[in-house]
Design a protein around this ligand. Sequence first.
Ligand SMILES: Nc1nc2c(c(=O)[nH]1)N[C@H]1C(S)=C(S)[C@@H](COP(=O)(O)OP(=O)(O)OC[C@H]3O[C@@H](n4cnc5c(=O)[nH]c(N)nc54)[C@H](O)[C@@H]3O)O[C@H]1N2
Ligand SMILES: Nc1nc2c(c(=O)[nH]1)N[C@H]1C(S)=C(S)[C@@H](COP(=O)(O)OP(=O)(O)OC[C@H]3O[C@@H](n4cnc5c(=O)[nH]c(N)nc54)[C@H](O)[C@@H]3O)O[C@H]1N2
Ligand code: SF4
Ligand SMILES: [Mo]
Length: 764
Amino acid sequence: MSVNKDFFKERDFNYDFQSVGRPPVEWESASRIPEQLVPTHCCFCGVQCGMNIKVQEGRVIGVEARDFPHNRGSLCPKGVVAYQQVEHPDRLRYPMMRRGKGQPLQRVSWDEALSYIVQRWQELQDRYGRNSIALYSGSSMTNEKCYAMGKFARAVLGTRHVDYNGRLCMSSAAVSYAQALGIDRCPFPMTDIPLTKCLLVVGSNMGECFPVMMQWVWRARDNGAALIVLDPRETPLARTADLWLPVRPGTDIAVLNAILRQIIHDGLVDEEYVRNRTHGWEEVKALVEEYTPERAQELSGVPASRILAAARLYGRADPSMILHARGIEHSTHGVNTCLACINLALARGQLGKPGGGSGMITGQGNGQGGREMGQKANQLPGYRHIDVPEHRQYTASVWGIPVDELPWEGAAAPEMIHLMAKGEIKSCMVACSNLMVSLPDNRVVQQALNNLELLIVVDFFLSETAELADVVLPCSVWVEDEGTTTNLEGRVIKTNKAADPPGEAKHDWVILVELARRLGKEQIFSYASPLDIWNELRLATKGGIADYSGITWEKIDRQGGVFWPCPTEDHPGTPRLHTERFGHPDGKARMFPIPFQPPVEEPGENFPFRLTTGRVVYHYLSGTQTRRIGFLNSQAPEPWVEIHPQAASKLGITHNEVVRLRTPRGSMQLKALLAPSIRPDTLFVPYHYGHEQAINQLTVQAVEPTVKIPEFKACVARIEKLDTPEKPLEGGYKVNYTAKDSPKMFPYTVGETKPEGDQHAKAY
Ligand SMILES: Nc1nc2c(c(=O)[nH]1)N[C@H]1C(S)=C(S)[C@@H](COP(=O)(O)OP(=O)(O)OC[C@H]3O[C@@H](n4cnc5c(=O)[nH]c(N)nc54)[C@H](O)[C@@H]3O)O[C@H]1N2
Ligand SMILES: Nc1nc2c(c(=O)[nH]1)N[C@H]1C(S)=C(S)[C@@H](COP(=O)(O)OP(=O)(O)OC[C@H]3O[C@@H](n4cnc5c(=O)[nH]c(N)nc54)[C@H](O)[C@@H]3O)O[C@H]1N2
Ligand code: SF4
Ligand SMILES: [Mo]
């Protein structure tokens, strides 16, 4: 690797903390020529771009893009400044504890912090049972850490309650692929995109959320591919599309069914494929007949003419590809909407074909690996199921515990909130999530967290959740770690260590190892390095759907990543799935008839808008990382509400005016951004901000009844000028489901804890 040293000499490596009100950092005047380039991957989104970290005298001083097969030397605005977290003055450097509720957090030694945790955990478990402790984990961690989290909860603590933030992200997509195709993974690599003749993007702001993936879309366009975008907002991607379908939030099923109906009427179904490779077609065919373009227009707000045009563009192209993301997955019928996408791709005979198919765009850096490593409430490593006897037996044998000590399925992340509020969960350890910002209806979340006897947060910054903790444990950032992640393609890649954690901060896995030792479980939980954990997780996933057993770190380096499943060391990995057979035992895909379902809340007189929430290019998730980086924060220092100029003018609202946004949960103030690119009946707010700027103060807590993913993309709202008096509003909108009809959909307030060992419907 060659470095232009003169270039680096002249560069001013100003970390720009001043612009976010941080104390200035003094830099020595010495030249900042990197001594070493450490190859790794970006810590943010699921693309996981390859990058080289520049290191000088053990300190991280910069970054450059790396030419890796899927990013080909590109990075987005977040990737190029991600390294500025490393020496950030806000980094947590030592453990902190409160000497009683209401007391401030104070520095303590590791010994004091860990002894206290262990003593309290033992007391709580003695008094209230082993399930009184929960572990809430995340997918920004390496596979090794995610694996350690799941095993620590179940084998060391013996609690059934372990779940992770992927529950809020795309658990609906995961389950739909498992149900329909037998494998929860995007079925093709990004490099397949340029092979397609038509790309249908459903509910993804790809240009802002996966910027580096766009190069593959541009290549497809250069090759003549059509582009159709289904989104309530004319996103940067939609602006370049042949066809934008401006859907009313939460109503995509109507459009997808109508497209399929038209494909049938135009004789474009791949009958042979459907006959040989799928089950369930006749039911699907009969159901979609009701969805004429006119009816779909009524339900979704998309003009019938555009639905027809989409059906013809998509239906005549071969190969054709669907990519979908949170726009349809963050929904009380998210599983079904994904299944409706898969139906389309199956009817056109596309899955398994180069340039064809349907796939989810996984969001978090290790969103794919994080859901395979056994930190999900119902899963064991390698996608084994916690309620299948042989799966339990295998995992217990790898972990060295008797199978009857392996807990059964626990609560999903939003359900944990209910159990905390109810007092069933007494202590929660949060590692790698900022749930005070990311869970819906977060005032209830705060009450639940305050109800805990012991809240522990492991983070490298004092997140909004860490601010509430009784104990805060400092951990490493990604360039201080070694391990693997699995990107949105299912490609397992390697991250490498460029620096040591600052102060007394420790790696997450080291913290778990030390806790396990104090809990007397070193026999089953002692590792000397991430490689130790990796070798165990390879064995733990062996024979599972997500089989990593044939992947070695050396092979990852040699091949530019390895796609799972990879069952043996001489196996090259599997970039494209379903070429001959699907993942079900009979090799066939399942199609499911998907009737239209509306979102839980339906606008009415008091709340005439639909509010949808999501992202902007400059911030990442709950924003604790990106709000601390000067350049990113200066681009988007506060949230805003996007409103169509027509709707704004009816309300007398002008651009940049501070307005009051209200939903049935409460209200907040923020600036109005007049945007002709959004549907006039829809509002959009980015969710990357905390405290009184958090939109999750106002979102609805309803979840998909089986997988518990929240309805982040649709609730009712009202927007007011500040000079109108704020009066409490009762009703004035419709509720399509009631808590009584569907207790499984309102996790914070209703719902019984499932008895342990109670088996659930297999698919989730
Ligand atoms: N810059 C940035 N990039 C990120 C992230 C980030 O925080 N910031 N996070 C990463 C993660 S974890 C994730 S999950 C992904 C998310 O990636 P995306 O899913 O692409 O992002 P979102 O902004 O959540 O929502 C996508 C789009 O859905 C649209 N939408 C809203 N409601 C509906 C609907 O009912 N139907 C349809 N069809 N569309 C709808 C919104 O207008 C928005 O354009 O991004 C990843 N990349
Ligand atoms: N309204 C609304 N809400 C949403 C969404 C939406 O679109 N709208 N999107 C949802 C989605 S898709 C997602 S993925 C969630 C994500 O929401 P969260 O789970 O809150 O995700 P992050 O903000 O990434 O929180 C991760 C925290 O862990 C820390 N961290 C990062 N790496 C590590 C590590 O290796 N170890 C440890 N211990 N800590 C680490 C970070 O500093 C940060 O504080 O938000 C969801 N919430
Ligand atoms: S596209 Fe994603 S992985 Fe690549 S640099 Fe940007 S945030 Fe990082
Ligand atoms: Mo996500």
